[in-house]
Design a protein around this ligand. Structure first.
Ligand code: FES
Length: 149
């Protein structure tokens, strides 16, 4: 019985992930997509929203084409994540939880990314970047902005 639940939950999470990233530059689950998934899994939409809100990798509101997730758990904080956050905040002109006006970047503060020994860490979309420095952040963001011009 429990195995069935786990399998169902696992496939639900896969469906959410696949749906959220189906189109290039889209990183959220629309109302219509959420309704379709809720129907497919025979769960109320409110329950689906609860699951989506539990996992920080999912979003129900529009986000930027690129998601920057900056870890602020202990190892990263000790190694300068707060300075990195303030730098990114100034560079992009947004605070945590916000999206740049051009829709390119959303900045999120997250808990441990599981690479504490290489702190400080951040993720840009699905890529983990370890041992990040302010200079490396500038290089990455500048390259991403130039690539999209
Ligand atoms: S504390 Fe940042 S990756 Fe673990």
């Amino acid at each position: 019985m429990e195995t069935t639940f786990m399998t169902s939950r696992d496939t639900l999470l896969s469906a959410l992930h696949e749906t959220q990233s189906r189109e290039k530059g889209k990183s959220w689950i629309t109302d219509g997509e959420a309704l379709q998934i809720a129907r497919r899994y025979h769960i109320p939409l409110a329950e689906l929203d609860g699951i989506v809100s539990f996992y920080k990798m999912f979003a129900r509101e529009k986000r930027g084409s690129h998601i920057i997730r900056l870890c602020d758990s202990l190892s990263c904080r000790v190694r300068g994540s707060l300075d990195l956050y303030h730098h990114v905040r100034r560079k992009l002109g947004i605070q945590a939880g916000m999206t740049t006006p051009d829709g390119r970047f959303t900045l999120e503060i997250v808990n441990c990314l599981g690479a504490c020994d290489k702190a400080p860490n951040l993720m840009i979309d699905d890529s983990l970047v370890s041992g990040i420095t302010i200079g490396a952040i500038d290089t990455l963001l500048d390259a991403m902005q130039e690539a999209e011009l």
